[in-house]
Design a protein around this ligand. Structure first.
Ligand code: AP5
Length: 214
């Protein structure tokens, strides 16, 4: 089963992806995580993507699509795929259709996680991530056992460079103006599932699995 997690910044795509890959035995493709990994390791891709991410803008389609196609090439045939953060516009959606066709496969479901803007801003401004693994916490909703320290690795928690309130607003506007058109795109294909993302993370996971028939 191949699934796209769609939703604005802070909707909980990453949080749900972590839970769903275990339940669905799927491989996750998270474009934002891949970009951040490359920025941290100062690769060519990281250097090209950094300024866009820091400003809350989309990384150019060519770079992003090439990255996803490369990733798809490496995924074992028949393995379920969970896409988090891709596609973000019609050009990327069409490229994904093409990439899946090359694998003799298709997207089965698009899970649209709906959360109002005021909650998104609170979630993102309270998010902290492990400097080493990118594991996600929230100072109020999902705090670490020791303030500022990752539970598993003991590495410090930091705020993402694009998580300031000003940049979050830019990213939400970008989602509304560019990415939200995909809701209609996938609704017309009859594969859209809309989920209330304001419940607790476990409740949201349960609702998604139920909607997927799991
Ligand atoms: P990306 O990393 O994909 O960021 P995003 O889409 O803005 O999404 P976020 O990671 O901010 O939020 P999320 O929905 O995953 O929420 P999370 O689970 O962390 O992309 C970053 C940048 O990379 C982009 O801006 C762009 O520049 C570039 N990029 C990436 N993909 C691209 C593409 N395809 N094309 C071009 N450029 C691309 O949750 C947020 C917080 O809320 C956490 O603290 C969490 O603990 C908490 N939380 C989660 N769920 C709940 C809940 N149910 N209740 C209470 N708190 C919750």
């Amino acid at each position: 089963m191949n699934i796209i997690l769609l939703g604005p910044p802070g909707a909980g795509k990453g949080t749900q992806a972590q839970k769903l890959i275990k339940e669905l035995n799927a491989v996750q493709i998270a474009t934002g995580d891949i970009f951040r990994y490359n920025i941290k390791n100062e690769t060519d891709l990281g250097k090209q993507a950094k300024s866009y991410i820091d400003e809350g803008k989309l990384v150019p389609d060519k770079l992003t699509i090439d990255l996803v196609w490369d990733f798809l090439d490496k995924v074992e045939d028949g393995k379920s795929i969970l896409l988090d953060g891709f596609p973000r516009n019609i050009t990327q959606a069409e490229a994904l259709d093409e990439g899946m066709q090359k694998r003799n496969s298709k997207i089965d479901y698009v899970v649209n996680i709906k959360v109002p803007d005021d909650i998104l801003i609170e979630r993102i401004s309270g998010r902290r991530v492990c400097v080493e693994t990118g594991a996600t916490y929230h100072i109020k909703y999902n705090p670490p056992k020791v303030e500022g320290i990752d539970d598993e690795t003991g590495f410090p928690l930091i705020q993402r460079s694009d998580d300031t309130e000003e940049k979050v607003k830019t990213r939400i506007d970008l989602y509304n103006n560019t990415t939200a058109v995909l809701i209609d795109y996938y609704d017309k294909e009859g594969i859209l599932i809309t989920i209330d993302g304001t419940k607790t993370p476990d409740e949201v996971t349960k609702d998604i699995l139920k909607a997927l028939g799991k």
